[in-house]
Structure formats: structure tokens, C-alpha cells
Design a protein around this ligand. Structure first.
Ligand SMILES: [Zn+2]
Length: 261
């Protein structure tokens, strides 16, 4: 059964590749193809493939450096734990995405491409969950914060499971998962801090990062409607990640902080 299910998912990808011949042109170049059919995967043009690879490939080395900087700034075990979770997810996000887009660009519709695409989506869930981990670990957010600490990972697992089981099938549900995991923790953190005397330094930057991700989902869902929309989504992800990284290292990686229970 599992094999049949995977085959049908691959078939959906294969059928969709036939849309390549329906490219829309501008200035002699194919800027985008027709939107994907129902339950199909969008097939980017050559220009879009290149843009997809560059817009995430550029951030792999800075992510490695960023992770090492966080570890260097760590003065407590909780700092180190957060640096490893957040830093590794940052590296995974950009490297898995770049590998997937390189394989997709190679034109091979294969099992490898399918699993890389599932991994690419999975890493987004893991990344969003890990982005909140330093805030929920290094700053005492009370009961709601402790609840969010496990809720974000439950949501990430649910999102990844959905993505594997219903690959490209219920796209609105997928957007809902991204929205809930991306925005709900931010709302609860802002609510908790506004109702108590918890330190609010850096939370506006954290909320801004979350807002950038949410705005980016408009492009994530615009393949075939806006040229290079997936690459624009990548830029929103990189922008949100930068703002979050800045906030985490500026406000949470302070010597002798991070001593929550
Ligand atoms: Zn991508």
C-alpha cells in the first residue's frame, strides 16, 4: 500500500511536468509556467530553478558561521542546547532546500526528488519550531510558554506527517499548518508578556520575523501567478530568519542569562 501511495504521488509530479510546454514568456525568456493543476506540483522554468537555488544556497555558509557564533556566545547549558537546535535547523533549512532545488533543476522526476521535496517542506516546520525554542527555553514565559515549548513540536510533527501522507493534496490545510505554527506561538508570547512583568526585550523583533514568514506564504502559494514567486518566498524566509537570528543573539545570548527552570 505504501509503495502504491508513493507511486501515485510521483505520478502526480510526472504528469505535471508536461505543463512545461505551456510556458508563459516575457522578453524572450520563460519567466513562469502555467499554475499547477489540482493535486499537481508546479514545474518552474529554468530561470525560476536558478533563482530557487541561489536564494537559499547563498545562506548555507552564513548559517554555519551563525551556528558557531551562537555556540561561542553560549555561557550556559541552555544556551548551548538552544544554539544546537536553532543553528542546526538553520543550516538544514538552507542546505536541504538548495539540494532539492538543484535536483529539481536537473530535470529528473525521481523518487529522490519526491523525498527531497517532502524533506524540504518538513525542514520548514522544524525550522519554525526551532526558531521559537530559544525564546521558550532561555526566557521564562510562565505556563503558556511551557505549553508552547511542546506544542510547537507537536505541530511540527503533525505538519510533517500531513505532508508525507497527503503530498500536495490539501494545499490550504498545508498553509493553515504553516500559519498556526508560525504565528500562534508569537501571539501567545506577546499576550503572556503583556499581561505580566516578563522581560519584553527583543519580542518586537521576534514578532516581526514571524510576520515576515506569514507575509511570505502569499508568494509560497503563487507559483504560476507571480514570476519567481517561490524564490521570493525564499527571500522572505531568509529575511525572517535574519531578523530572528539577530533578536536571539542580541537579547538572549547575554552572559549568565538563560537560567530558567
Ligand atoms: Zn524552496
Amino acid at each position: 500500500m505504501a509503495h502504491t501511495s508513493t507511486s501515485s504521488k510521483e505520478t502526480r509530479m510526472r504528469k505535471n511536468n508536461n505543463l512545461d510546454g505551456l510556458a508563459w514568456s516575457c522578453c524572450g525568456s520563460k519567466l513562469m509556467n502555467k499554475p499547477a493543476g489540482k493535486n499537481m506540483m508546479y514545474e518552474p522554468t529554468n530561470i525560476e530553478h536558478i533563482a530557487n537555488c541561489i536564494t537559499h544556497g547563498l545562506w548555507i555558509i552564513p548559517s554555519c558561521i551563525g551556528c558557531l557564533c551562537m555556540l561561542h556566545q553560549s555561557t550556559t547549558e541552555q544556551h548551548k542546547y538552544s544554539a544546537i537546535i536553532y543553528g542546526l535547523s538553520l543550516i538544514c533549512l538552507f542546505s536541504v532546500s538548495t539540494i532539492f532545488h538543484l535536483v529539481a533543476w536537473s530535470g529528473k522526476t525521481s523518487t529522490l526528488r519526491f523525498y527531497l521535496h517532502v524533506s524540504d517542506r518538513a525542514v520548514i516546520y522544524l525550522f519554525i519550531a526551532s526558531s521559537y525554542t530559544p525564546w521558550l527555553t532561555l526566557r521564562d514565559m510562565g505556563f503558556l510558554g511551557q505549553t508552547m515549548r511542546w506544542f510547537i513540536w507537536v505541530m511540527a510533527v503533525l505538519g510533517i506527517s500531513y505532508n508525507y501522507c497527503f503530498y500536495e493534496k490539501y494545499k490550504k490545510l498545508e498553509t493553515f499548518f504553516y500559519f498556526v505554527i508560525g504565528f500562534l506561538p508569537a501571539i501567545s508570547i506577546v499576550l503572556t508578556t503583556s499581561l505580566s512583568s516578563i522581560n519584553t526585550d527583543g519580542l518586537s523583533e521576534m514578532a516581526l520575523g514571524g510576520l515576515i514568514y506569514v507575509l511570505g506564504t502569499a508568494f509560497f502559494k503563487s507559483d504560476g501567478i507571480i514570476p519567481c514567486s517561490h524564490a521570493i518566498w525564499h527571500l522572505f524566509v531568509a529575511g525572517g530568519a535574519y531578523v530572528h537570528y539577530y533578536a536571539v543573539t542580541t537579547y538572549l545570548y547575554i552572559p549568565n542569562s538563560g537560567e530558567t527552570d
